[in-house]
Design a protein around this ligand. Structure first.
Ligand SMILES: [Cu+2]
Length: 205
């Protein structure tokens, strides 16, 4: 497929774009970008090879292929890095995360599994990633939001990503894209008063 050189280039560009987008919007909106990219790539290729394919039909026919490629390329081009963090301790022994530093590469997809190993009823935790030095402010704002808002303020300037609440014995998962700017970020549990003990640093390199 010598004549499809442009397809390869174009598809590559589309995939990168989709990936940077995927952290914010999973699902159909994202997939439509992929489908559009495939349609355009096929059109570009067809015009070179002389085949006459309707680009929309091609997109429809290749939906499954695109999805497979999407999964395949996601693995090949931007793996999801999985990290497990446990919350240990209780009111008496002191509650904390089992790690106070997470290292990540700029822009990578991070899948955090938060395992709540607490047993007391008040051992309700989450993990919220914030801008550097903003974890206490975010936690205090979260406490005001209260249970209806999962103790997370609606603040996209300071909050990078937030997990659901994990009750004692539960595990919750948070997947997000690490900031592209290397540097230090914070994470904290925003359940009331927990920020004093449950916090750490996300080092992006
Ligand atoms: Cu907590």
């Amino acid at each position: 497929m010598v004549m499809c050189t442009s397809e390869r280039t174009f598809t590559g560009m589309t995939k990168n774009w989709r990936m940077s987008y995927s952290a914010k919007a999973k699902g159909s909106a994202m997939f439509s970008f992929v489908a559009a990219g495939v349609a355009l790539a096929l059109t570009a290729c067809s015009s070179g090879s002389g085949e006459e394919k309707n680009s929309l039909e091609s997109a429809a026919l290749n939906n499954d292929t695109a999805r497979t490629e999407e999964v395949g390329n996601k693995k090949a081009m931007q793996p999801v890095v999985e990290v497990t963090i446990r919350t240990v301790g209780d009111e008496k022994t002191g509650k904390h995360y089992d790690t106070d530093t997470i290292e990540a590469k700029a822009g990578e997809l991070l899948k955090i599994s938060l395992v709540n190993e607490g047993s007391e009823q008040s051992m309700i935790h989450n993990i919220v990633f914030t801008r550097a030095g903003k974890s206490t402010e975010v936690a205090l704002a979260g406490a005001k939001v209260g249970a209806p808002g999962n103790y997370v303020p609606d603040d996209t300037l300071r909050v990078l990503a937030a997990s659901p609440l994990a009750l004692p014995g539960q595990t919750v998962v948070l997947e997000f894209q690490v900031p592209k700017e290397p540097g230090q970020y914070d994470y904290v549990c925003t359940y009331p008063e927990h920020y004093k003990f449950m916090k750490g640093v996300l080092l992006v390199k």
